[in-house]
Write a protein that binds this ligand. Structure first.
Ligand code: NAI
Length: 680
């Protein structure tokens, strides 16, 4: 079956792309288009053509699977060249989305017409590449260098109306796209209107420099962003054919780079998540009203996430002041969206109308889902779940946002454990994409399916975890932090470790993170585990010593770093170095220098080892989910792919050798995992 359908409307050829669901620009689509253009040229009865998408969209992107292989002919630049070289005009009719190669194809045509609401964009940089079929040359001829840098380097999607204002599309219509496209095509008979023939607008050098700097900063200086800027600037510096050839070469080099592979890995891992979601057998329950118990940091954030997704939300707290503050946080969040122009007054009013709050438990009786986000204390959780159980209607689901507590134990004390699950959000809950869905022993398939579809509606990335200490993310993170503490004891300093990991791409190093979230949280946990800890295992006392010295982190002005009141910056504190050196001395460890590569490698190996444990224990069944968790919940650099990607790139033999070495330096208590689970 051809992916391209052709018919003629008297003297105009209508070329319909038929490659559901998103009309991805695959090899078959490209060869079908090329054939159609050849037929247009040779058929004397035809005088123009319209290219349009079948179904709900135009070409919403290229077939990303193809990027991992040698590209099949004909490649997109060949198709676009055929359109440009064809003596008859070709109009592109856009609806749904025209992204990536789809948008580049449209830029290769003589005119573009779009249905209102169509999204246009070149998101290639988000996949570690650049537009490779003329996007960096044709777009600047329409909108200039500065705007092209802004659009291409951010991968932004713009609406048809904005595209019209920018001169990217010739016309926007409310309905009857094909009919309007045919009129446009007929009006152009006998003419060509190629973007390549438009002379480059002269840009303002200072504005271009500023746009480049802004794009590099936002794009974390990644190679594809640098390349995109260079290519866009070539539109001014080089003749178009030369610039197109350079662009293609750059695209081909980036396409096979390890970073682009890592980004594709993340892309496919996320897509798999939603495939699993849609094939889930149990029917999700419909949810309208969500109750959130606890109006603290997490409760108020969860309330915002639910409100923004269209749910009616009730926020409950036993403490009047906490409730007041939580409600204020919610209201201020939407006020700031209004002020920044990201939300309209109408939208904010509508949202806040769905928001109610109180301290009377009777208000939760209408809720379809009740999410608990109270203090991390098992007795408090039991007490709160008992109240939830009493006041909730029988069909309501009960969820806990606990970070570490045993949800099976919490569920066991309720009248119907099958309706209990974990919904572990990350802070700030209204922003962070990750959510762990905790499947407890008795959680029903319907409760699980409902949790997944709820997370999807919130726009989150849901990964499923068994009920196990720290679930997936915190378990990997704890192992990572422990390994960093080992390195402190062996000779590294917090600032060195933080700097090495930040240079690798982590949003923040582990000690800066610890200072930010407060050292007391982990301290409390270590104290609660002290009795059951094996005294033979390696234990680093440095964090305890810091806590005992009152250095609980940023909130008190001191932790691993010092935070002077008159400065926003952290500063190094010789006291911390002394504490660290004393800890090494006490254990008889002779400190040695560390370099950044060793620090990063030990961290990555530790994460890989922990992922292998999680898989072997059945806490997760999908290795790639761990990469999603780290990137979306823990500041792991997306372009590095994640520990599973790195493990596979290394290969099992080398990995096992390195892990053995890691076990040796980590000392007693470090459990070497079986890595077979990563290579299935
Ligand atoms: P928080 O201390 O900011 O808020 C807890 C709220 O629960 C307070 O407003 C308190 O008044 C209320 N509360 C306590 N007992 C209550 C009761 N019996 N009835 C009604 N309300 C009650 O705590 P936070 O940080 O929001 O954490 C809440 C939960 O979320 C904890 O289980 C925590 O482990 C978990 N969590 C926290 C994350 C974080 O980064 N803060 C991230 C993910 C999960």
């Amino acid at each position: 079956m051809s992916k391209i359908k052709i018919h003629s409307d008297s003297n105009v050829m209508v070329v319909t792309v038929d490659n559901p669901p998103i009309n991805a620009g695959s090899a078959e689509v490209r060869s079908g288009l090329l054939e159609a253009i050849r037929e247009l040229e040779s058929d004397g009865k035809l005088e123009a053509a319209v290219i349009i998408g079948g179904g709900t969209t135009f070409i919403a992107g290229s077939d990303i699977k193809e990027f991992s292989l040698p590209l099949a002919e004909p490649q997109l630049p060949t198709v676009i060249a055929a359109i440009e070289n064809c003596s008859k005009p070709v109009v592109c009719a856009l609806h749904g989305a025209a992204l990536g190669g789809g948008f580049e194809l449209a830029l290769g045509c003589d005119a573009r017409i779009a249905l209102v609401g169509t999204l246009l964009g070149l998101p290639e940089v988000t996949l570690g590449i650049i537009p490779g079929a003329g996007g960096t040359q044709r777009l600047p001829r329409l909108v200039g260098v500065e705007k092209s840098i802004e659009l291409i380097c951010s991968g932004a999607r713009i609406q048809a109306d904005e595209a019209l204002k920018l001169g990217i599309v010739n016309e926007v219509v409310q309905e009857n796209l094909l009919a309007h496209a045919l009129i446009l095509a007929r009006s152009m008979i006998g003419q060509k209107n190629r973007i390549r023939d438009i002379s480059m607008p002269t840009g303002d050098a200072d504005a271009i420099l500023a746009a480049s700097q802004k794009a590099l900063k936002a794009g974390k200086n990644r190679p594809q962003v640098k390349e995109a800027i260079a290519m866009i600037c070539n539109a001014q510096a080089l003749p178009i054919d030369q610039a197109l050839a350079v662009e293609r070469e750059s695209f081909q080099t980036l396409r096979v780079s390890i970073e682009a592979k890592a980004l594709r890995h993340q892309f496919f891992a996320e897509r798999k998540l939603f495939k699993a979601l849609s094939s889930n057998d149990a029917q999700a329950q419909a949810l309208e009203q969500i109750a959130v118990i606890g109006a603290g940091t997490m409760g108020s954030g969860i309330a915002m996430a639910c409100l923004s997704a269209g749910y009616a939300v009730i926020l409950l707290d036993q403490d009047e002041l906490a409730l007041h503050n939580g409600v204020k946080r919610v209201e201020q969040f939407y006020q700031s969206r209004l002020q920044s122009g990201r939300m309209s007054q109408g939208r904010v009013s509508e949202l806040l109308q769905r928001f109610s709050f109180g301290s009377d438990w009777n208000v939760i009786s209408a809720a379809d889902l009740i999410i608990e986000a109270v203090f991390e204390d098992i007795d408090v959780k039991h007490e709160v779940f008992a109240k939830m159980d009493t006041h909730a209607k029988s069909s309501a689901l009960l969820a806990s946002n606990t970070s570490y507590l045993d949800i099976d134990a919490i569920a066991a004390k309720t009248s119907n454990p099958s309706r209990v699950l974990g919904l572990h959000f990350f802070s700030p809950a209204q922003v962070m994409k990750l959510i762990e869905i905790i499947r407890c022993k008795k959680t029903s398939p319907v409760a699980l399916a409902t949790g997944l579809s709820f997370a999807k509606r919130l726009g989150k990335l849901p990964i499923i975890s068994a009920n196990s200490f720290g679930f997936i993310g915190n378990r990997i993170y704890s192992a990572y932090r422990r390994q960093c503490e080992f390195m402190l004891e062996e000779g590294a300093y917090p600032e060195q470790i933080d700097a090495a990991l930040e240079a690798y791409g982590f949003a923040m190093g582990p000690f800066a993170v610890a200072d930010l979230s407060g050292l007391d949280i982990a301290w409390r946990m270590r104290k609660s585990q002290a009795a059951s800890r094996d005294p033979g295992h390696r234990y680093v006392s440095i964090p305890d010593t810091l806590c005992l010295a009152g250095r609980l982190g940023r909130k008190v002005g001191a932790g691993y770093y010092r935070y002077p009141e008159d400065s926003k910056e952290k500063v190094l504190d010789p006291v911390v170095s002394e504490i660290i050196e004393a800890a090494s001395k006490e254990k008889g460890i002779i400190r040695r220098p560390f370099n950044a590569d060793e620090i990063v490698n030990r961290v990555l190996l530790t994460m890989i080892n922990e992922v292998a444990h999680l898989l072997s224990e059945g806490v997760t069944t999908v290795a790639d989910d761990c990469d999603i968790a780290l990137v979306n919940g823990y500041g792991f650099p997306r372009w590095q792919g994640g520990p599973v990607f790195i493990a596979r790139a290394k290969g099992q033999k080398l990995l096992d050798q390195e892990l053995k070495q890691l076990a040796k330096v980590s000392g007693p208590g470090f459990l070497l995992a079986n890595t077979d689970v990563l290579f299935i």
